[in-house]
Design a protein around this ligand. Structure first.
Ligand SMILES: NC(=O)c1ccc[n+]([C@@H]2O[C@H](COP(=O)([O-])OP(=O)(O)OC[C@H]3O[C@@H](n4cnc5c(N)ncnc54)[C@H](O)[C@@H]3O)[C@@H](O)[C@H]2O)c1
Ligand SMILES: O=P(O)(O)OC[C@@H](O)[C@@H](O)[C@H](O)[C@H](O)CO
Length: 478
């Protein structure tokens, strides 16, 4: 008989005590940070309590399996199945009482985040976006919820306390609880693909705490260490076929397997005032400065991904592996990589080997990494993947054609999507929609302004994108 998956049927070791709280119970966390924790020499002492971001579904499914799930490492030559047990609790992200209780516990040393770039609610200048209705609503709610005695407590009817809408808002509620219990300093470790993600997390979380309660803001400044990371492991969305494969191969029913590539990389920079697992024993690397590692990964890997996401879909491709065998896409990647490489240090990053390895990873056709998934939220992604390279190339007196082409492909993709009535899968969909409805000649500067307020007024940058748009030869739909 096919068994359901849980700690008893799997005869798994007892759950480790919770010492890490995670926000954003998606596929990547389960393929990456959970994997490093499970493989750390002291992993058995570090349990993860993970919270969903927007809906309870993933937590309900995983809690029904005592946090267990299967990691499918999908290489060119076949699949490897591993039972994962580092997650010991799974919660609905809206359950701020549970979040506050766990973050306030003295044993909890770390909060990790994989909530997507857009969920930090930062403006193009990298500060908290006070124009965002979700941020404004959280400010109103938090001003009441962080009042003394209110943080994270249920009301008299036992109902959950009102949850902030944004991850930063929920963490501010939870950090207020930690301040109240005197549990001491803690590390916040953002694992999203953001340039300088430590500064981004600080801007989102400390920025919000400052505004709602300056006393809490001062406590956060004193007690929260924001750790910068560069994270890497290609992890596409799970499919029904993956669920069926696990049942056939492993002999149990797992509602929540995760597929990932064999490659994995984690570079971290910052202090862990309450301790951390020995992630280095599982291959993580701790460095004193991280910017070059972040840029290498964001520009070379994620930049090429975004280029393929827009240019590749315009050319009829559905996955990364399909786009890569299109000589036009491959040529544009090389062109962009040459530009990016000129703006990275020549020594210490092993760029030629890194580029060669990327081509191999991208061409793993057994991983169906859908371009439509990568294309989502382009407004916040291209700001970090294309704009810095374009600016650096223009500043050096070079044309920046490759970076401009990535932005041009995004513009052409958005125009086609709007003309066909497709939903714009972007947290700035309203602003993008308004820009796209402007007459010809006005939409391009408006779209560039969403990426970076200074871009439309930067004549060489705007001209480079306009020329690249002409070069793509995608007709502007009527
Ligand atoms: N998948 C990868 O290959 C990969 C690799 C490196 C880094 N990352 C980073 O991890 C992030 C998550 O990737 P994933 O594959 O786990 O995606 P996913 O869709 O499986 O999970 C995303 C998680 O973020 C939450 N979330 C999304 N939007 C949110 C919002 N507006 N507010 C609050 N929570 C929100 C979701 O609820 C979910 O828990 C990426 O955006 C990226 O920054 C992913
Ligand atoms: O996860 P996103 O949405 O930031 O970006 C899509 C992909 O570029 C990304 O997930 C890569 O696969 C990943 O960064 C590889 O480590």
């Amino acid at each position: 008989m096919i068994e359901p998956l849980n700690r008893s049927t799997a005869q798994a070791a007892p759950a480790a005590p919770v010492r890490i709280v995670h926000l954003g119970l998606g596929a990547f966390h389960r393929a990456h940070q959970a994997w490093y924790t499970q493989h750390a020499s002291d992993g058995a002492e570090w349990g993860i309590a993970a919270f969903t971001g927007r809906r309870p579904d993933a937590a309900t499914a995983l809690a029904g399996q005592d946090g267990l799930y299967t990691l499918i490492e999908r290489g060119e030559g076949g699949d490897r199945f591993e039972l994962m047990s580092a997650i010991v609790e799974a919660h609905d992200g809206a359950d701020v009482a549970a979040l506050a209780r766990l973050v306030a516990a003295p044993a909890t040393a770390i909060v990790t985040l994989t909530i997507t770039e857009a969920a930090y609610h930062l403006g193009a200048d990298g500060t908290l976006d006070f124009a965002s209705p979700a941020v404004q609503a959280d400010i109103d709610l938090l001003r009441q919820a962080t009042a003394p005695g209110a943080a994270g407590t249920a009301n008299d009817d036992g109902d959950r306390p009102p949850a902030a809408a944004t991850p930063a808002g929920r963490l501010v509620q939870a950090l207020a609880a930690r301040r109240s219990t005197g549990a001491g300093p803690i590390a916040v470790v953002p694992c999203d693909n953001l340039a300088n993600n430590a500064a981004a997390a600080r801007a989102a979380i400390a920025g919000l705490a400052d505004v709602v309660d300056p006393g809490l803001g001062a406590w956060v400044a004193e007690n929260v260490s924001f750790v910068g990371t560069s994270v890497d492991r290609i992890t596409p969305r799970t499919t029904e076929a993956d669920v069926a494969l696990v049942e056939a191969e492993c002999g149990y029913v797992d509602s929540s397997p995760v597929v990932t590539e064999p490659f994995s990389d984690w570079v971290l920079c910052g202090a862990f005032p309450a301790g951390r697992p020995d992630w280095a024993s599982a291959g993580a690397v701790f460095v004193d400065t991280i910017e070059d590692f972040e840029n290498r990964k964001l520009w070379l890997l994620n930049g090429a991904h975004s280029l393929m996401a827009y240019a590749g879909q315009l050319r009829g491709h559905a996955t990364v592996a399909q786009a890569l065998v299109d000589p036009a896409c491959a040529g544009w990647i090389t062109e962009f990589w040459d530009e990016a490489e000129r703006n990275l240090p020549a020594e210490g990053l092993g760029i030629p080997a890194y580029r060669a390895a990327l081509l191999e990873r991208f061409s793993n056709a057994r991983i169906a990494h859908h371009l439509a998934q990568i294309a989502m939220d382009g407004s916040s992604k291209l700001r970090m993947r294309a704009v810095p390279v374009l600016k650096a190339e223009l500043a050096a007196g070079r044309p920046g054609t490759g970076a401009a082409r990535m932005i041009a492909a995004w513009v052409a993709f958005l125009r086609v999507a709007r003309a066909s009535g497709s939903t714009l899968a972007d947290s700035a969909a309203v602003e993008l929609g308004a820009a796209l409805s402007l007459p010809a000649g006005e939409d391009l500067p408006a779209l560039l302004g969403i990426l970076d307020a200074r871009l439309p007024g930067d004549a060489p940058a705007a001209a480079a994108v306009a020329a690249a748009l002409d070069g793509l030869a995608v007709q502007r739909p009527a």
